[in-house]
Ligand binder design. Structure first.
Ligand code: G4P
Length: 526
């Protein structure tokens, strides 16, 4: 197959949801269709338990699982599908944001009873900012939930997505009878007691067909006609261009656990979802068709075996062909590297690959040379955009609790920060280290991993901070004045960028008023 054919058959996407909406179940059903797993439960049994917060064995187990299921690749029809997993736990939201930089589209799963939940709002906001095409799957129709129209309103107001339903439910909960596919003009009958085969597809040329009366009953059929009439008069007709530019999101209804509506979702997805998209760098736009290899690291995972310090860096290919045992240019380090064992991820199985194409993700063994955001090219200086760090929510001073182990402490912290577990800021006035995280669980993870992987002990001390802001100013004189006057509130991030540590929203406002020439950013990319 030619390079262009290979790249055109890639579909790389992420599934996001609020915990418990059904992301794992849907992923598993998609893998079943792709033949990537043979039995239901294969993903489920190793699913990341979101509720375990302080059990450290659980943390270790999760890390192992999340390597195995980080990327799940499988063939479907003529396509190569890559699903990038995103952590469910909110304390790892930053990890999810970064993974979203490596996908070309997203499926959002929403629980029919709960509607749009907080975490989904944040994740979709990131997708919207980047114009990532989004498909919505409303799940658990076998349970009583919110009205289908109300849910669409909720998606439009809370997620700020314009929607166009491509399937429509008939009944809900106990009276759920199936969905009518507006996309394929078919009725899919829900058979809750069937074991494997839980749906029956009935081709319907005309929705008014009396056949539907006999299948679902006269009243539900009438209701469907009314609903479809409303849908067609209120929502825009589906148009692929609008979906691809992130302007409109198609909506599907189904029940993942019953394997209902999932095939319709997948069949539509493979027809409409984007192939690998161009990527923005600070220098220029990179087109996937370009012959020279380029790509970036969006995730780093430490080895589970503490005796081996290697890590796996997840590399998303943006252009060209990635080849095993070939020298590539590590832009930040200005050095050539070659990889003898790059791995692909076919479901939970890892395999060495000889070649990989745009849209693919390969795992590169790393002994500490990679940081999140690093790029590999064939010599060109490219810095990929869109891997921002956001201001953390919770801060603590971190101290070395065992002076004899200073080296281990420094190395451990450095490597964990490269992995993106948390962010570290070094204060300008006294060089003290402050760690900032999104969720408190990350403090425990750091302490545990420092001890078990680096034989280092760390302790924390409270520090009263509200936000860490990236500082920008074009007027060097004003900046110098600001630095002199606010030194005690300043720090540097891991790239040496200047950070203002705001004690409260009020202090931030005051400083903004006093230094109008200085810009304070909540993310590292501005
Ligand atoms: P997540 O990855 O988004 O966190 O959700 P997950 O798939 O783990 O699903 C959360 C719970 O919702 C699971 O139940 C799962 O079985 C259930 N679920 C998923 N899809 C559907 C659906 O279509 N209908 C219904 N009724 N339930 C659904 P659990 O009790 O937490 O786990 P389990 O004991 O079933 O494994």
């Amino acid at each position: 197959m030619s390079f262009i054919t290979e790249l055109k058959r890639r579909r790389t996407f992420g599934i996001v949801s609020h915990p418990d909406a059904g992301k794992t179940t849907l992923t598993e059903k998609l893998l079943l269709f792709g033949g990537a797993i043979q039995i239901a439960g294969a993903v489920k049994s190793s699913k990341i338990k979101k509720h375990a917060t302080s059990d450290f064995m659980e943390i270790e187990r999760q890390r192992g699982i999340s390597v195995a299921t980080s990327v799940m690749a499988f063939p479907y029809r003529d396509l190569q599908i890559n699903i990038l997993d995103t952590p469910g736990h909110k304390d790892f939201a930053e990890d999810t944001f970064r993974t979203l930089t490596a996908v070309d589209s997203v499926i959002v799963v929403i629980d029919v009873a709960k509607g749009v939940e907080e975490q989904t709002e944040k994740l979709v906001e990131v997708c919207r900012m980047r114009h990532t095409p989004v498909i919505v799957f409303i799940n658990k129709l076998d349970r009583e939930g919110k009205d289908a129209f109300d849910l669409l309103d909720e998606v439009e107001t809370k997620l700020k997505l314009k929607v166009t339903p491509l399937s429509w439910p008939i009944g809900m909960g106990k009276s759920f009878q199936g969905v009518y596919s507006l996309y394929e003009k078919k009725f899919i009958h829900f058979r809750p007691h069937g074991k494997q085969d839980t749906e029956e597809v009935v081709e319907i040329a005309d929705i008014k067909d009396q056949l539907l009366d006999s299948l679902v009953g006269e009243k539900p059929h009438h209701q469907l006609l009314e609903d479809i009439h409303t849908v067609e008069s209120v929502y825009p007709k589906f148009n692929r261009e609008d979906y691809l530019s992130g302007k409109v999101s198609p909506v599907f209804y189904g029940s993942a656990v019953n394997n209902f509506g999932v095939r319709e979702l997948l069949d539509c997805f493979v027809e409409i979802a984007p192939e690998p998209l161009p990527r923005e760098t600070e220098e220029r736009i990179v087109e996937p068709e370009e012959e020279k290899l380029s790509g970036f690291i969006f995730k780093i995972h430490a080895n589970m075996d503490p005796k081996h310090r290697d890590r796996i860096a997840f590399f998303r290919i943006c252009s060209g062909i990635f080849k095993r045992n070939t020298n590539y240019f590590h832009v930040r380090l200005n050095r050539q590297f070659k990889f003898s064992n790059p791995t692909s991820f076919m479901a939970a199985k890892k395999e060495v690959v000889d070649e990989a194409y745009p849209g693919d993700v390969v795992g590169l063994f790393d002994t500490g040379n990679f940081k999140i955001g690093d790029s590999l090219t064939e010599g060109e200086l490219l810095h990929f955009k869109g891997i921002p760090r956001f201001s953390p929510e919770i801060f603590r001073y971190v101290n070395n609790a065992d002076p004899a182990k200073f080296k281990q402490f420094a190395k451990g912290l450095d490597q964990l920060m490269d992995e993106g577990v948390a962010q570290m800021f070094i204060k300008e006035d006294n060089q003290r280290k402050i760690i900032g995280v999104v969720g408190a669980l990350q403090f425990d993870v750091i302490q545990y991993r420092m001890e078990h992987e680096y034989s280092a002990a760390c302790s924390y001390e409270p520090v009263n901070l509200h936000k860490a802001c990236w500082v920008e100013c074009t007027d060097q004189k004003k900046l110098d004045e600001f630095i002199t006057r606010r030194k005690k509130d300043l720090a540097r991030d891991k790239d040496g960028k200047l950070i203002f540590l705001a004690e409260s929203a009020w202090t931030l406002k005051l400083v903004q008023e006093n230094f109008p020439e200085i810009k304070f950013h909540m993310s590292s990319e501005f």
